[in-house]
Write a protein that binds this ligand. Structure first.
Ligand code: UGA
Length: 434
């Protein structure tokens, strides 16, 4: 099929390249000329494992020609279906901000006003229940002068891609959710996903747009809550001098619990869990139900960096002392620092008057935008040299191999938020929940 993808962020770029790989002809539409030029040169505009190979294979001079990028919305007219992959950030109070989606839908509507043949629009971005029906579809209708169901239809297909493993998650999904209130849109969505479903036997869930939107929030809310619950349990374990990881390993053997997402520690960050839990809490509250479990999920997550710092306080008064922060990315395998737990940790160290030196293998540049004045080291060894304490924030593999680097510390106190450093003689090691 001929597909267009509006937006070249983590999701848009990944799905455009993956759909090209599945045999579709794909055009990625973005307003940013640099991003468009990068893709057309055969390179991905984001750091994502497996993506450089796919973009090089399908875009650029030596590519198959199945992937192109453009700033011109009219390119959509030659395609059968358009994925809307625009950002859905949050307002200051945590409510979802649909203005970028709405503007994109209007622009898409204006473009479609000149198209007489059928066109399917697929909302991929995470939007609160009712957004497709009440905001996005009406915006397309108003701008195109057409009615949904006549010459265009709208569907909702939530994404379950993790940053760092997005290509793998797309090409080997646990499920494909197709939400549509229109048979022709649903038929086109099947056409888009058939090559993937045939290859992987992934279960396909057919539903309406509202339910598809909710499935995404339920998925992220459940996972965020799972991590917060194991953190809650982990904090109890620490009080009783019990290793929370031993407890997690045992309960994970129960199929009803499952072994994943039981790593207690500093909690969750990134662009999804924090934004999505807030958005659904606000949307639910406005609809008449204030969800206590999801509120507690956020509360526990906010607590973890504070507990982490209080463990440091038990060992060192860090005022005017050099403290190393190891890891800035919100999780390993990405340079994304959005809502990274490193941010409240560094804020807390500043409140204590510490002289912070931070290290991350790939996320320094992004964190510099957040903390421009901070000292950044080019290696963990450099950060540790002369430090009175080290705080481990991200579970990068390289931190597991640190050993004699700790010997250069002024005072070898390690507070580990991710259970990655190997405790040994000669260092004071404190785990967050173990
Ligand atoms: C998450 C979901 O896993 C994806 O399915 C979803 O598509 C995506 O959000 C989204 O909505 O776009 P992502 O934010 O990339 O993906 O990251 P995860 O790998 O899920 O990790 C989230 C956070 O939880 C990280 O900060 C991680 O360190 C933390 N975490 C995860 C734990 O603290 N403990 C665990 O056991 C697992």
């Amino acid at each position: 099929m001929q597909l267009s993808v509006i937006g070249s962020g983590y999701v848009g770029t990944t799905i455009a390249a993956c759909f090209a790989d599945l045999g579709h002809q794909v055009v990625n539409v973005d307003i940013d000329e640099d991003i468009v030029a990068t893709i057309n040169a055969g390179e991905p505009p984001i750091h994502e494992e497996g993506l450089p190979e796919l973009v090089a294979e399908h875009a650029g001079e030596n590519g198959t020609g199945r992937l192109e990028a453009t700033t011109d919305y009219d390119a959509i007219l030659d395609t059968d279906a358009t994925f809307l992959c625009l950002p859905t950030p949050q307002h200051d109070d945590g409510r979802i901000d649909l203005s970028i989606m709405e503007a994109g839908a209007e622009q898409l509507g204006e473009t479609l006003s000149t198209k007489d043949d059928w066109h399917t629009v697929i909302v991929k971005s995470t939007v609160v229940p009712g957004s497709t029906e009440d905001v996005i579809t009406p915006a397309i209708e108003a701008a195109s002068g057409k009615q949904a169901g006549e010459t265009f239809g709208v569907g909702m297909n939530p994404e379950f891609l993790r940053e760092g493993t997005a290509v793998h998650d797309f090409l080997d999904p646990d499920k494909v959710v197709l939400g549509a209130d229109d048979d022709r849109a649903l038929e086109d969505m099947h056409g888009v996903f058939d090559p993937l479903v045939d290859r992987t036997d992934a279960p396909v869930v057919e539903t309406n747009t509202r339910t598809a939107e909710m499935i995404k929030y339920a998925n992220n809310g459940f996972l965020a809550a799972k991590v917060s619950l194991i953190n809650d349990i982990g904090n109890i374990c620490k009080e009783f001098d019990i290793d929370a990881y031993e407890v997690a390993d045992a309960i994970g053997l129960d199929d009803r619990i499952g072994e994943q997402f039981l790593r207690s520690g500093l909690g969750w960050g990134g662009s999804c869990f924090p934004k999505d839990t807030n958005a659904i809490i606000h949307a639910a509250t406005e609809a008449g139900y204030e969800p206590p479990m999801l509120q507690a999920t956020v509360e526990v997550n906010d607590l973890q960096p504070q507990r982490f710092l209080s463990l440091l306080d038990d060992h060192v008064d860090v005022a005017d002392k050099r403290v190393a922060v190891l890891g800035l990315a919100f999780k390993p395998g990405t340079d994304d620092v959005r809502n990274s737990r490193a941010i409240p940790v560094i804020d807390g160290l500043h409140d204590r008057g510490a002289d912070v030196v931070a290290y991350d293998p790939v996320a320094t540049e992004n964190m510099q935008q957040h903390f421009p004045e901070l000292a950044y080291a080019s290696s963990a060894a450099e950060a540790l040299d002369g430090a009175h304490a080290a705080l481990v924030v991200t579970d990068w593999d390289e931190f597991a191999t640190l050993d004699e680097e700790f010997d250069t510390m002024e005072n070898p106190v390690i507070v580990d938020g991710r259970r990655i450093v190997e405790p040994r003689e000669g260092i004071t090691y404190e785990g967050l929940t173990w």
